[in-house]
Design a protein around this ligand. Structure first.
Ligand code: PNW
Length: 488
């Protein structure tokens, strides 16, 4: 019998068994299995592991002209025809600004212990700098109070891409040092008013996305394709803004306030888990993130990055580097997809292995499936920079999410994704990697940037015509994970 034949025969037999046509009665078969198989491993997380969900201001709030808010670069961009799928905007989004109380109840029903949200800079400083708008900040006071009243810890991000348009108009946004300085002042003001209740603050969300997509490739706001010299300057101003914010939060925050950032670092995943490829993956992770996380953690740009920038490098002072590398209390990592790396004989010691055309991805074409990235991401961060407190600040997936005839959404692909990724996260904590919490992206479907409302990432299905939220099957899965404190 050839191999193929035996496989086919086996498949046929298995199919027959599933239909109950096997010679072995199914009940007897189950008894044999119960007698011989050990119980499933609990795959538990440490006691106190912080389960959470995440959203961001422009993606969920709506109410873009209320209580003194002025436009951000995302209002301008989304209102420019042709920039966002179906010309969608965040004008209403999930109307979370008015429905936050109900949304907190969704979190409570999941059993989450923490919620990561972002603060819209143009609500708090509508012109970017100058006079603060107390009414804008009040929304976050109300939200924070509601979370705490329901036993949910607030984790606030200060910049999730909605830059006040005024700052873009004045100096070209992050092209200008003025933006970095204004960000520091805004951070200090928020810290002064919220850190009596908000104990964890993230400065900036994903340099690796908004800088590259917004200022280099031009597919996100402000839609620029800057020449290299101006682009490298913008990157530098970005990390400088982060450092100024860390210092301002330390100066104005209540004692016990913890500060970090949420970065979508490129995570090198070893093609094979052996010593040479693991070492290469670690080197790649340090090198590829040189312009953001590496300079923040090490206080200098790597020689390789300086060489890559050549004559286009920005002017960098020793003082800048000191500010940029202000010590952090924790590092947040947004992790979705792997970058495979192998050892290489060349000077860098590594090579990135592109995904072959057949490599599987979720419905978003960029979202390649690679659960091991949730093991290696925090592992590299802990090892490279001796970080003692790590959060997974985003992880999750899009899905087609078409409601079935009974109105429910059976998103088995999302559950498959989460189960596999969480298994690798559990492996990391079991190995002693200091991951303290996990924020699933996202609590509910929302404005997915240039994809508009076409790509859904939520645990709750949002009917945008009625603003009705319906828990998907994945919400039940996540509730089970949280209740067991283990992979379900
Ligand atoms: C993150 N990539 O963006 C953002 O922080 C969220 O606002 C967003 O909704 C979520 O992930 C889902 O997209 C990313 O190309 C955008 O690798 C692009 C990438 C990663 C993250």
């Amino acid at each position: 019998m050839t191999d193929q034949l035996s496989r086919r025969t086996f498949a046929k037999l298995a199919g027959a068994a599933a239909l109950g046509a096997s010679n072995i009665p199914l009940v007897a078969q189950a008894q044999v299995e119960a007698a011989t198989l050990p119980p499933p491993s609990p795959r538990s997380f440490p006691t106190g592991f912080l389960w959470g969900t995440a959203t961001a201001s422009y993606q969920v709030e709506g109410a873009v002209a209320e209580d003194g808010r002025l436009p951000s670069i995302w209002d301008t961009f989304s209102h420019t025809p042709g920039k966002v799928a179906k010309n969608a905007t965040g004008d209403v989004a999930d109307d979370h600004y008015h429905r936050y109380k109900g949304d907190v109840q969704l979190m409570k029903a999941l059993g989450v212990k923490a919620y990561r949200f972002s603060i819209a800079w143009p609500r708090v400083f509508p012109n970017g700098s100058g006079a603060p708008n107390a009414k804008g900040l009040d929304f976050y006071n109300r939200l924070v109070d509601e979370l705490l009243a329901n036993g949910i810890q607030p984790f606030a991000t200060l910049y999730h891409w909605d830059l006040p348009q005024a700052l873009q108009d004045r100096g070209g946004g992050w092209e200008s040092r003025e933006t970095a300085e204004a960000f520091g002042k805004y951070a200090g003001y928020v810290a002064q008013h919220l850190t009596d209740r908000v104990k964890h603050i993230f400065t900036i969300n994903e340099f690796g996305a908004f800088m590259e997509l917004g200022y280099n490739i031009g597919v996100h706001a402000p839609g620029l394709k800057l020449p290299p010299k101006r682009f490298y300057q913008a990157r530098h101003n970005g990390v400088l803004g982060h450092g100024l914010a860390v210092q301002a939060i330390r100066a104005s925050g209540k004692p016990g306030t913890k500060v970090g950032l949420a970065e979508n670092l490129v995570v090198g995943v070893p093609v094979i888990e052996n010593a040479e490829h693991i070492a290469a993956a670690e080197k790649a992770t340090r090198d590829i993130n040189a312009q953001y996380l590496t300079v923040i953690m090490e206080g200098k740009y790597t020689d390789a990055y300086i060489a890559r920038m050549g004559a286009n490098a920005p002017r960098v002072t020793a003082d800048d580097l000191k500010i940029i590398s202000s010590p952090l209390d924790f590092v947040g990592t947004n992790i979705y997809q792997p970058t495979f790396v192998r050892a290489d004989a060349g000077p860098s010691g590594y090579a990135v292995v592109p995904n072959p055309p057949s490599y599987p991805h979720m419905i978003s074409p960029w979202l390649f499936m690679g659960p091991e990235v949730l093991y290696w991401g925090p592992h590299h961060v802990a090892k490279l920079w001796n970080v003692k407190e790590i959060y997974i600040t985003e992880n999750g997936t899009s899905s087609s999410d078409v409601p079935a005839a009974d109105g429910k959404v059976y998103d088995t692909d999302r559950i498959m994704y989460l189960r596999n990724y969480l298994s690798q996260l559990q492996r990391a904590v079991a190995d002693g990697v200091p991951v303290k919490g996990y924020f699933l992206w996202s609590l509910m479907d929302n404005f997915e940037w240039a994809d508009g409302y076409e790509n859904r990432f939520g645990l709750h299905y949002v009917d945008y015509a009625t603003q009705r939220r319906t828990p998907k099957l994945s919400a039940a899965f996540y509730r089970e994970v949280i209740a067991r404190n283990a992979v379900a």
